[in-house]
Write a protein that binds this ligand. Structure first.
Ligand code: HEM
Ligand code: NAG
Ligand code: NAG
Ligand code: NAG
Ligand code: NAG
Ligand code: NAG
Ligand code: NAG
Ligand code: NAG
Ligand code: NAG
Ligand code: NAG
Ligand code: NAG
Length: 324
């Protein structure tokens, strides 16, 4: 609880150190002339990546999200720390958590071999997120391109802007509103937790120490599910992983059925039904069978957040370092 409100204070202050960036226009055929085979190159490499580890679909989708919520979708999440400055990827929410960096580098080198100096790392992230997600689920969305790469990455900004799982519904809504994403976007994009995993450290308090007394659990979690998760997340194993969803390799709407059955793993996932509007969005989406379509609409909005276009920013040669 204490850490939740502490984070939230940081979060509010974050609003004062954001540097607004003009949002330019992305376009569908941006690389048609300069890198005509781009989508095939990305797709081919993603096939290899997913064949080796299907979990990378979740990793790549989350990388794009974490990129867009800090300085917009500008590849800043990919930059390495330098001597003077700790980068986003080494911040508390991201370190030992994000995955897919090596894989993005592999895609980038394939792309550089075909069209050197043309395609931004930010666009590669957006393409990879869509391609990988489509391959694990019945979902796809258009990926307009033309994002350019930023040259700044600051760990404190990742702490400030990335919503922690301790936020309540109103705070989650607020954390998305900063980027022009509305309540429906927040509820729908949280459905990304239909794939992937979390470290147990985000769940252990709900399972083991909810009231501060050992072996007390969150009463809003199904008791049978609590026992199941306790087996996967012993109280002394914060670095172990547990799936965010019962069908964690497949992108489907079962995540929401689980949340409705009090089997959301993260507290923030449970928050989605702890509010009348959230509940209504979920029930409508399930009744309409529109999760896939709604997710695509919100992903396009996410991919447009504070993008740098035109002559702003650069096309990084190596996604981990700014051009010298
Ligand atoms: C609504 C606010 C959100 C919160 C509070 C949240 C929180 C989290 C947390 C705590 C984890 C586990 C991280 C760890 O173990 O260190 C996680 C994983 C993940 N998140 Fe979110 N998230 C949110 C929204 C999103 C959005 C919008 C997306 C993408 C569109 C997303 C995609 C993912 C994916 C795919 C994973 C699994 C990653 C993997 O398996 O490597 N999340 N999230
Ligand atoms: C780019 O190429 C694709 C496939 O060849 C085509 O469908 C699309 O219309 C083109 N877009 C533009 C803006 O040229
Ligand atoms: C496009 O890229 C794919 C995947 O790398 C490759 O198999 C194919 O030959 C390429 N096509 C052209 C026209 O370069
Ligand atoms: C970036 O950091 C990673 C992990 O520390 C390292 O493996 C990689 O070589 C670095 N890349 C560059 C270009 O410095
Ligand atoms: C960081 O410091 C090390 C050792 O002092 C030095 O070798 C390296 O060039 C520095 N790197 C950067 C990016 O300044
Ligand atoms: C349980 O929570 C209390 C209060 O937050 C804390 O002081 C204590 O260290 C926690 N115990 C364990 C085993 O995590
Ligand atoms: C936790 O409590 C449950 C009953 O609620 C009990 O069955 C279990 O043995 C306890 N576990 C530990 C480690 O104390
Ligand atoms: C909790 O989940 C179990 C197993 O899925 C189910 O049998 C039980 O009815 C659920 N409990 C409540 C209170 O819904
Ligand atoms: C769901 O379906 C209802 C009734 O057909 C319609 O009024 C509503 O606009 C739909 N909502 C969404 C989010 O598609
Ligand atoms: C796939 O998604 C489409 C559109 O979102 C939907 O109409 C269709 O029922 C889905 N198919 C499956 C097998 O889930
Ligand atoms: C980053 O880019 C901005 C604007 O493009 C430029 O003014 C600044 O000097 C660059 N900083 C570094 C460290 O390259």
């Amino acid at each position: 609880m204490a850490s939740a409100s502490f984070r939230w204070v940081l979060f509010i202050t974050a609003v004062f150190f954001v540097v607004p960036v003009c949002t330019g226009q992305l376009s569908a055929g941006f690389y048609n002339a300069t890198c005509p085979n781009l989508t095939a190159i990305v797709s081919n490499r993603i096939d290899t990546i997913l064949a080796a580890d299907i979990g990378l679909a979740a990793g790549l989708l989350r990388l794009h999200f974490h990129d867009c919520f800090v300085r917009g979708c500008d590849g800043s999440v990919l930059l390495n720390s330098t001597n003077g400055s700790l980068a986003e990827k080494d911040s508390t929410p991201n370190a030992n958590s994000l995955r897919g960096f090596v894989e993005i580098d592999a895609i980038k080198s394939d792309v550089e071999a075909a069209c050197p100096g043309v395609v931004s790392c930010a666009d590669i992230l957006a393409l990879a997120a869509e391609d990988a997600t489509r391959k694990v689920g019945n979902v796809s969305w258009p990926v307009p391109m033309g994002r350019r790469d930023g040259n700044v990455s600051i760990a404190a900004e990742a702490v400030a802007f990335l919503p922690p799982p301790s936020l309540n519904f109103a705070q989650l809504v607020q954390s998305f509103a900063i980027f022009g994403l509305d309540t429906k976007d927040m509820v729908v994009l949280s459905g990304a937790h239909t794939i992937g995993r979390t470290r147990c450290l985000h769940v252990i308090t709900r399972l083991w120490n909810f009231t501060g007394v050992f072996n007390t659990s969150d009463p809003t979690m199904n008791a049978t599910f609590v026992d199941f998760l306790k087996g996967l997340c012993p109280s002394n194993a914060p670095s172990q992983f547990v799936s965010l969803d019962s069908t964690g390799q497949t992108f489907d709407s079962i995540f929401y059925n689980n949340v409705l059955s009090m089997k959301g793993v993260l507290a923030s996932d449970h928050e989605l039904i702890n509010n009348a509007q959230g509940l209504q969005i979920i029930n409508t989406m399930l009744a309409n069978n529109s999760f896939a379509a709604d997710f695509g609409v919100s992903m396009v909005k996410l991919g447009n957040v504070q993008v740098k276009t035109g002559t702003v920013g650069e096309i990084r040669k190596n996604c981990a370092v700014i051009n010298s």
